[in-house]
Design a binder for this molecule. Sequence first.
Ligand code: ATP
Ligand code: MG
Length: 553
Amino acid sequence: MKNFITDIIDKGLESGRYDGKVCTRFPPEPNGYLHIGHAKSICLNFSLAAQYKGLCSLRFDDTNPSKEELEYVKSIEADVKWLGFDWGGRLFYASDYFGKLYEFAVKLIEKEKAYVCDLNPEQIREYRGTLTTPGRESPYRDRSREENLDLFKRMKKGEFEDGARVLRAKIDMAHKNIVMRDPTIYRIKREHHHRTGNKWCIYPMYDFAHCLSDSIERITYSICTLEFENNRPLYNWILDALEVYHPQQIEFARLNLSYTILSKRKLIELVKEKHVSGWDDPRMPTISGLKRRGYTAGSIRNFAAGIGVSKVNSSIDIVVLENSLREELNRNAHRVMVVLKPLKVTITNYPKGKEEVLDAINNPEDKSAGTRKVPFSRTLYIEQDDFKEDPPKKFFRLTPGREVRLRYAYFIKCEEVIKDPEGSVVELKCSYDPATHGGDAPDGRKVKATLHWVSAPHALKAEARLYDHLFLKPDPDDAEKGKDYKSNLNPASLKVIYPVYAEPSLKGAKPGNSYQFERQGYFCVDKDSSHTRLVFNRTVPLRDSWAKISKKP
Ligand code: ATP
Ligand code: MG
C-alpha cells in the first residue's frame, strides 16, 4: 500500500521518529454496529501496522456512558475478527484510563492550564462567540489553582448537580478555531457506565480522552476522518501541555457509498423503527448485514484496498463494492441450477417414469471443484422469462417451434403451448433429441440459447429473498424539503418468492454457503434456513443482468 499516509510514515521512519515504530488503533465508540465505512478504517489501520511490522489495537472509545452497551462491544469484536484482523491482545477501553485521565486533568489544573467553570451550558455556548466573532472569557477563568483543585476534587466526589460545573482547558477565547476556545474537558454526569458502573460521576470529553488514550497506548499515528481536522490543534495542545508521548494525528476522507447511509444515528433509527429486520438485515450496510447478505471478508478487504485513501470527500459507486464481491464469488462459488419463476415443461417423447443423472460442472473457473450429478426427467421447470409466445426480434430463447439447449442435458423444441382460461401460459409441451445427450448435437447444429432448468419431481422447494438498494436515490439524504432520508427508502428493497425450485444437490446447504444460481446471480443460504425450508438471500445479481433482473420479479 502506498498513499499520502505511508508517505508521512516513511518520512517519519527516515528521520528516526518514534524509534522506527508504527502503532495504529481502531477506536470505535460502542454505540452501534460497525458499517462498511468502519471497515475501511479497520482495514487501513490494521494493514498499515502489518505493512510496517507494527501493532494495531482495538480500543473502545467508551467515555460517553449513556449510549454504550455490551451488545455493541461484542458485535464490534466479532466484526473485526470476521474481517480477518487480530489485535493480538491489544484490546483496550478508554474507560480503563478514567483514573489516569483524572490525574492528567489534575496536572493541567496544577499547571494553571485548566479551570472549573460554573457557567451553564447555554452560557458557555453564548460566551463561545461565533466563526466571525471572538468569544468572551468566563468570569471563573481566573480562579486560583487551589480553588480549582478543590472544586474539581469535589466534582469527582459528587458534591454538585449534573451540569452545575465543568472543567475547561484554559486556551484562548479569541482563537480563530472555535474548538480552542476553552473547551470543556470534564463534565458531571450521573450515569451508569457499562464497565465502571457508578464509580464515576464525572466523565472526560472525547477530545480530552482520545489524545491521551492514544498517548497512553503509545500510538504513533492516530488516523481519523476529516471531520477531526479542526480538533487537531486541541489534540496537540493537550499533549503538549501535559508533556506526554505525542502521537501524530492524520486525517483521511471517510467512505461514502451511493444508495447507502453510513451514519450510526440513522442506522440505529432504521433498526429501532423497524424499517429493517435488525442490525444484520441483509440490506443494511453493517458488517453483520453484509456478511449475512453473502459478502466475504476478502471482498471487503479488496474493496477497501482498491478505493485507497484520500484527503478529499467523495462518494464511491456501490457497484465498485459489488464488483469486488463478484470477482471473488466468480472464482469460488459453485454453480447450481435454481428456477425462480417456474414454468412447467413436459418432454412428450421422454419415456414416462424414466430418469437419468447428468454430469454438471461445479465451477468452470476452477477445475478442481469437480462435477456433480443432476437428475433429469420428463417433467421440468424452466424460467417463465425464458419463453415467449410472441418473441421480439432479439429474443433467442424458447418460442413455439424453436430449439434451445437445456444446460448439461439435451436440445428441446417447443411443440405446444398450454394456457389457462385467462390466457396465461401454464405449461409447454416439448420434444427432445436423444442424440444431443450432454448438450451437444453430433451433427454440429447450433442453438442460440442455453437455459437452466430443474427436474420437477426432484426439485427442492426453497424461499428466495431478492434484495435491491435500501434507498431509491444515490444520495439518500437528498430528500424533499421538510422530509428526511427515510422518505427515500425503497419500498421494493425486499421481494420474497416461494417456492423457487432448486436442484437436489442443494439439500443440506448450510447458512453462509454461497452459490451462483446459473444465469440469476449469487445467492447464499440465510440463517433463517431450516431443514424444512431452505432460505436463500440474493447477494448480487450477475453483472450483465443487473438492470434486467432488478426490474423484474
Ligand atoms: P457516526 O459518525 O456514524 O456516528 P463515528 O464515526 O462517530 O460514526 P466511531 O465509532 O467513532 O463512529 O468510529 C470509529 C472509527 O471509524 C473512527 O476512527 C472513525 O473515523 C471511523 N469511521 C467512521 N465512519 C467512517 C467512514 N464512513 N469511513 C471511514 N472511516 C470511518
Ligand atoms: Mg465518532
